[in-house]
Design a protein around this ligand. Structure first.
Ligand code: ADP
Ligand code: ASP
Ligand code: MG
Length: 417
């Protein structure tokens, strides 16, 4: 059995969904589990709905209406008959969402976020499932929340592997086409949780692990994993083969083509991960598997935008040592800051990190009681794996470098744009 993951870009409109059908016919899909994300930029659109809801903004209804209209247009483009059951099913999901928002009493932003954001995936898989059935590709729609169980760390939930394994082993029929949602799960009380933005790749890996699948393929709008994001680097080249270890490093440093949590479960069972183009599905793409570290051997460039460079120094010129550092990290953990680079000297300590959950202002106030705090917002973190002198020069050219760190394999620079 194989696991295929289709991201938002692959199902962003009716043409995309038709292409998924063609792709499945071309590559063959008898015993396959399809993990599908929300369509196009739906997750971002729902984030706007949630923000408007909490801010009691006058734009709330219009933002919700936009999500409705977008999906309705896709339905109209895919199904000729407006009396088709799919219109009713999608509408009833969206009505459930509106009911939740009307009746909700919880002030917990992260909890509400997960209950709302999950409708992107629920609606998207519903539409794709009906469409494939209509075209003769009979499939089984599965609510992933009955299979992937997590803790209650809303917006960044941790998988309960034992329960998830049991439910998947017992409940998933292998000899058919299954369709399910990426990114979402549920807690012990059956409330919806999410695995972190872009988490659908990880969902595919969770299923592959629990089903001991033959392989996972994630279908992308790029030819595979390249040595740089082609949006920011001209002349990016395709990597044919990457080892799990190298792929974990690339994803950790921010190569957003693979969600960083995806690789560990696959590596444990040595399940190969293929990253392929949904536009040219018969091309080989990239294989992440046991074997050569990197083929072709080349420098790899990763850029993370919108980072925060924070420096803390002692107020009284005392050293910043283990005790302070452990306290600082426990605060980072508490405020869900994602740290990607650390550097310290005797009396100061710098980190480059991402404020994914908009907690920095609160954290800053707490840190300022004990340390002298300085920071730059909106900086970029460039990482070069297997760097050369030329590669380093290319990255640093025309930029103001705020911090640099070099290890044997990896060079990182934080720059002001
Ligand atoms: P999905 O539709 O599955 O959510 P993503 O948008 O998350 O897909 O991932 C695909 C995008 O990742 C590409 O469009 C590309 O801009 C970006 N990307 C970042 N780093 C790389 C890389 N090293 N190789 C290929 N693509 C990359
Ligand atoms: N739809 C979710 C997101 O945009 C999950 C995913 O696409 O992987 O973050
Ligand atoms: Mg994505």
């Amino acid at each position: 059995m194989k696991v295929f993951k289709f991201g938002g870009a692959s199902v962003k409109d009716a043409e995309g969904i038709k292409n998924v059908f063609d792709l499945l016919n071309k590559v063959g899909a008898e015993e396959v589990l399809l993990v599908i994300s929300a369509m196009g930029k739906t997750t971002n659109a729902l984030e706007v709905v949630i923000k408007n809801y909490f801010e009691k903004s006058s734009a709330f209804h219009a933002s919700l209406q936009e999500v409705r209209k977008y999906h309705n247009q896709i339905l109209l483009d895919l199904f000729e008959d407006e009396d088709h059951e799919v219109f009713f099913t999608v509408n009833s999901h969206l009505a459930d969402l509106e009911y939740f928002l009307r009746s909700n009493k919880s002030p917990n932003y992260n909890f509400v976020y997960d209950q709302v954001i999950s409708y992107g995936e629920i609606v998207s898989t519903t539409i794709v499932s009906y469409y494939l059935n209509e075209k003769g590709l009979k499939n089984n729609w599965i609510d992933v929340r009955n299979f992937i169980k997590t803790d209650t760390n809303y917006r960044d939930a941790n998988v309960d592997w034992e329960q998830t394994q049991k439910l998947i082993s017992k409940g998933i029929k292998k000899k058919t086409i299954n369709i399910t949602q990426g990114f979402i799960g549920s807690d012990a009380n059956n409330f919806t949780t999410t695995l972190g933005r872009e988490g659908s790749d990880y969902t595919a890996a969770i299923f592959a692990y629990c089903l001991s699948a033959e392989s996972v393929t994630i279908w992308k709008d790029v030819p595979g994993v390249m040595n740089a994001d082609p949006r920011y680097f001209e002349n990016a080249v395709l990597l044919n083969q990457i080892s799990y270890k190298e792929a974990i490093e690339l994803a950790f440093y921010g190569a957003s083509v693979i969600h960083p949590k995806t690789l560990q479960p696959l590596q444990r069972k040595e399940i190969p991960l293929y990253v392929k183009s949904f536009i040219n599905p018969l091309l080989p793409g990239t294989s992440v598997s046991k074997g050569e570290d990197l083929e072709p051997k080349t420098s790899c460039f990763i850029v993370k935008k919108n980072q925060l460079l924070l420096s803390l120094s002692s107020i009284d010129f005392s050293f910043i040592m283990e005790e302070n550092i452990s306290e600082i990290f426990s605060l980072f953990h508490q405020y869900k800051m994602k740290v990607s680079l650390i550097q310290n000297s005797a009396i100061s300590f710098s980190v480059c990190m991402e404020d994914k959950f908009e907690n920095f202002n609160e954290l800053k106030a707490i840190l300022a009681k004990k340390f002298k705090v300085s920071y730059n917002e909106n900086v970029s973190l460039y990482t070069i794996r297997h760097f050369t002198k030329d590669a380093a020069e290319m990255v640093e050219k025309d930029k103001v470098v705020l911090l640099k760190q070099i290890s044997r394999e990896t060079m990182q620079v934080v720059t002001k744009e």
